[in-house]
Design a protein around this ligand. Structure first.
Ligand code: ZN
Length: 55
């Protein structure tokens, strides 16, 4: 659970707008796809040296 940053009402973690006071809670997560790409490259960075050790 999360709390409204204005009135402190308990709201859902994914709630965009507080149902009590109507204040927007967070910026839209438009960079989610970019974050996924970073995680993918991070995994590649870990796997490449590991392959070198095995081979
Ligand atoms: Zn609120």
């Amino acid at each position: 659970m999360a709390y409204c940053r204005k009135c402190g009402e308990v709201i859902d973690d994914e709630a965009v707008i507080c149902p009590r006071c109507g204040v927007q809670q967070a910026e839209l997560r438009t960079s989610a796809s970019e974050d996924d790409g970073s995680v993918l490259w991070l995994l590649v960075g870990f796997l490449i040296p590991f392959d070198g050790i095995v081979l």
